[in-house]
Design a protein around this ligand. Structure first.
Ligand code: ARG
Ligand code: ZN
Length: 889
């Protein structure tokens, strides 16, 4: 909590640590409110310190100090100073043993940072700066130490005692309790420390590495969840094999453990050898988990596993380098998921998130570069920019270098920096050396915020057969720099040319044809200047340019396509991503027609081109069903809001509903046929093709329910009643509760029965909450206010908070953005409660309010009022203070 105004910390002020900790020994005596932590640290002065004579300053927060000693001599209170965030000892030798005993209160720790209790178990979350809530320490990632950890607890309550590394001793302690001692031979920063204690069951498997070592794999869960571990285990083994094959990286310890906890601020955490997961990212079985849930488990398990190299073996020098591990690891997990499932589907999903949420972040008051120059609270920078845009930046390096050079670069990076705390420069330098490419200009992607805008224009000369494409780039103002101060980015633009019969061969003027490639219809242009012109030769017909294939750069690209050109790309381009993207662009244009009519009180018209395009997709059985489903999904309200200059909440909602209904009516025969054809009873599987088939069926159901045909309501009811998996069951429920065909009583029955069936399964109940929070029908705020009174809601559990408050405020715009501002006041109330309990979660919930500048004057005032009310709270956490104050600036 802040005393005065919390201070910013700057990257430019980075100093090497004054001291290093060679060895860390910890002894925990667990107790709900009085856990004792004894530490023994072997400390020495850092020969490379910037200030060689400095006093010893250790981080520590919310610790009750019992005793301190240096080299076995107890320190009297005159010898040190304890503040709310640090312990200072003014004179220490160059090398010494520091010992401390502190008391902490896990049960009272609702921030879920440090050591805390989740249901019946104890667990830790230390990234980024949670270790200082466990004991006094140099809690910074460039201080790496060898850890020896002993946990002592009652054997009956806590039969399982875990920490990082290998178990080296266990048995009965003098106290009569039992103990376990774990040793982690790999030096690590404190943020990778973990401890778990509880009554846990586990599933076990083994993995044999490429060099022939057998690794024990264990997933620890509460016994009720033991039947939900298979998918995570399979995903883990796939990830281990994949990292060996694709990156040449092998696991290093003899055991790899995952623990599932119900109360967790984020998705999961890569603690060395002991990953701790939010239950939502590890547990899965068909009856309780949707296909999206299965895929999330696969990607998060892989993500955390991949951190063992990109994060743990090579870690970050300081938290400004966060994207060094997160951007790279997201890139790696995306490649993995694409390899396990479908490249195109994965790309479309990732780009949707990026363009909707990251672009919005980049255009808002919290915009920051992939490597932020400063922060008040680092927890606020675990963002879409650091993760998802960071991954895109690594992806662009991959595109510019090619797969082979990229691999050489990553090999060099890992071998050169193994055991070190590295920087983004180190990563880029390895990529440059491996490829011989100069990435100096490219690094602006790390230092400049904002989504670049690229405008493309062209001319075609029939006589000479030349096609000229001009690309111009600019970047809007963001908090760290004005538009005119931004330097041009190095932007890879993958593209091709489309003619009447398909893609045209590409011959760039002044560049010899590449004899090595058999695909001459694809090229990557490198835009480095503010404006650049590219001339293509031998172009036999006026082409349609297909720009940014595969979304080769995180930019907003504008080209003035006709709707006919978009349908041509949609049906004929070789790149699946571009076909989907053209479909989205066409849908946006059609939706904008309706929005305009809504505002001007004109007659509504849905361009028949869109209907025809959808009809063609629906009847073409040769297409990948997953792609058909994705193409049939209209751009979301969130995406339409992101691309709008001023967000017209009602017009966006109306247009989308109107077009959906129109399509449903115009295509009812095709939709019904597709529904019937894909509603066959097949044994459940999570193969890409089975998921695709369910995805198409349920997308189609969401259209059918928009018609005024009562049979379609029955279809949804039958699906809900007969479902054998959660994807179908939840889609049935969602269809009913959103349907105008259903009566209030029918909606209530569906919801009540679902709850009765699943009230014992927390993760299913969360989905039930999300489904309700997202219902756009009138009265959404009142329904959500009821939901937070429901027995299933718990404000101390982040998953519940996200499922109700988070889902409502970001997934239900018409209700959250009610004209009277009641939605904003509701959110402010919840944030003020959470500010005290869990600042990280409180801060994250603020996001929708921070976007106030994009709304009309009336809403702007109401949103700012809500923010001001939060800012006026006297005991504001750093987390909330930073976001509120920056968004009001
Ligand atoms: N490193 C974790 C990951 O895999 C996230 C930890 C975030 N923790 C936090 N307090 N923000 O992405
Ligand atoms: Zn991560």
């Amino acid at each position: 909590m802040k005393d005065a105004q919390p201070k910013s910390i700057y990257l430019k002020d980075y100093k090497r640590p004054d001291f290093l900790i060679e060895k860390t020994e910890l002894h925990f005596t667990l107790d709900p409110s009085e856990t004792l932590v004894q530490s023994r640290l072997e400390i020495r002065r850092n020969p490379e310190a910037n200030t060689p004579a400095a006093s010893l300053v250790l981080h520590g927060q919310e610790l009750e100090l019992i005793s301190l000693s240096i080299d076995g001599h107890a320190l009297s209170s005159a010898g040190y100073d304890v503040g709310p965030e640090a312990l200072t000892i003014s004179t220490v030798p160059d090398e010494f043993v520091f010992e401390a005993v502190v008391k902490i209160n896990p049960e009272g720790n609702t921030s879920l940072e440090g050591l805390y209790k989740s249901r019946t178990m104890y667990c830790t979350q230390c990234e980024a700066e949670g270790f200082r809530k466990i004991t006094y320490y140099l809690d910074r990632p460039d201080v790496m130490s060898e850890f020896l950890t002993t946990i002592e607890a009652s054997e009956s309550d806590f039969p399982v005692l875990l920490s990082n590394g290998n178990l080296i001793a266990s048995g009965e302690a003098d106290s009569g309790k039992h103990f376990a001692t774990w040793h982690d031979p790999f030096k690590k920063p404190a943020y990778l420390f973990a401890l778990v204690a509880g009554t846990l069951d586990y599933v076990e498997d083994t993995f044999t590495t490429q060099s022939g070592r057998d690794i024990t794999l264990r997933i620890f869960v509460e016994s009720k969840d033991i039947d939900k571990c298979d998918h995570a285990m399979r995903s883990l083994k796939n990830a281990m094999r994949w990292d060996e094959e694709v990156y040449g990286l092998e696991y290093d310890l003899d055991i790899f453990m995952i623990v599932a906890v119900d109360d967790f601020n984020m998705g999961a955490m890569e603690n060395k050898g002991l990953n701790i997961f939010n239950t939502s990212c590890v547990l899965a079985k068909p009856e309780t988990t949707t296909d999206a849930g299965f895929q999330r488990v696969e990607s998060v398990v892989a993500h955390e596993y991949f951190h063992n190299w990109s994060g743990n073996r090579v870690t970050c020098r300081d938290w400004f380098q966060l994207s060094l591990k997160e951007g790279f690891t997201v890139f790696r997990d995306s490649q993995f998921s694409a390899d396990m499932n479908s490249q195109t589907v994965k790309r479309v999903e990732d780009v949707s998130v990026l363009r909707t949420l990251q672009f919005a972040e980049d255009g808002g008051p919290m915009a920051h570069p992939v490597r932020p120059p400063s922060f008040i609270e680092i927890s606020n920078f675990y963002t879409l920019t650091v993760y998802e845009k960071g991954s895109e930046v690594v992806g662009m390096i991959h595109t510019l270098l090619g797969a082979e050079n990229f691999r050489t670069g990553s090999d060099l990076y890992f071998s050169r920096h193994d055991g070190e705390a590295a920087t983004i420069e180190d990563f880029v330098a390895a990529m440059e050396e491996a490829s011989g490419r100069d990435l100096a200009q490219f690094t602006r992607w790390y230092s400049q915020a904002g989504t670049p805008r690229v405008v493309a224009s062209d001319t075609y000369n029939e006589d000479s057969g030349t096609y000229t494409l001009t690309l111009a780039q600019s970047c809007p103002t963001t908090p760290e720099a004005k538009a005119e101060e931004k330097l041009p980015f190095h932007i890879p633009i993958a593209m091709g040319l489309l003619g009447d019969a398909g893609n045209l061969p590409i011959q760039l003027q002044g560049q010899p044809a590449d004899p090595d490639t058999d695909d001459n219809t694809n090229i990557v242009l490198e835009l480095t200047e503010p404006e650049q012109t590219f001339v293509f030769e031998g172009v036999t017909e006026k082409p349609t340019p297909v720009l940014l294939r595969g979304f080769s750069a995180p930019v907003k690209l504008h080209y003035d396509y006709s709707r006919e050109q978009l349908t041509a790309i949609m049906s004929r381009d070789s790149d699946g991503f571009s076909r989907w993207d053209a479909c989205q662009k066409l849908a946006v244009a059609v939706l904008e027609d309706v929005m305009q009519a809504y505002r001007g009180d004109q007659a509504y018209r849905v361009d028949p081109l869109l209907v025809a395009a959808y009809r063609a997709i629906l009847i073409d059985t040769s297409l990948d069903k997953a792609m058909v489903a994705l193409m049939l999904q209209l751009p979301t309200e969130a995406y339409l809001s992101e691309i709008a200059t001023e967000i017209d909440v009602e017009a966006i909602h109306f247009a989308r509903q109107y077009v959906r209904k129109h399509l449903a009516a115009a295509l009812s025969a095709q939709l019904e046929a597709v529904y019937q054809a894909s509603n066959e009873v097949v044994p459940f599987s999570v193969s890409a093709s089975a998921i695709a088939s369910r995805s198409l069926k349920n997308t189609v159901l969401s259209y059918l329910i928009c018609t005024d045909t009562d049979e379609n309501l029955q279809l949804a009811q039958q699906q809900l009643a007969n479902a054998t998996n959660m994807t179908d069951e939840l889609s049935g429920l969602t269809a009913i509760i959103n349907s105008e065909l259903a009566t209030d009583a029918q909606r209530k029955t569906a919801l009540d029965e679902f709850y009765q069936r699943w009230s014992a399964e927390a993760l299913v109940v969360n989905q039930w909450l999300v489904a309700q929070a997202n219902v756009a029908r009138e009265g959404g705020l009142e329904r959500v206010m009821d939901l937070i009174q429901h027995e299933a809601f718990d404000i101390k559990n982040p998953n519940k908070v996200r499922s109700v408050i988070g889902a409502f405020c970001s997934g239900n715009p018409v209700n959250f953005h009610r004209q009277d501002g009641a939605g904003y006041e509701f959110l402010a109330d919840q944030i003020l409660v959470l500010n005290k309990l869990n600042p990280q979660i409180a801060s994250r919930l603020l996001t929708p309010l921070t976007k106030w500048r994009k709304y009309d004057k009336g809403r702007q005032t109401l949103m700012c009022n809500a923010l001001q009310r939060v800012l006026a709270e006297p005991a504001l956490s750093k987390d909330v203070y930073e976001v509120v104050s920056k968004s009001l600036k």
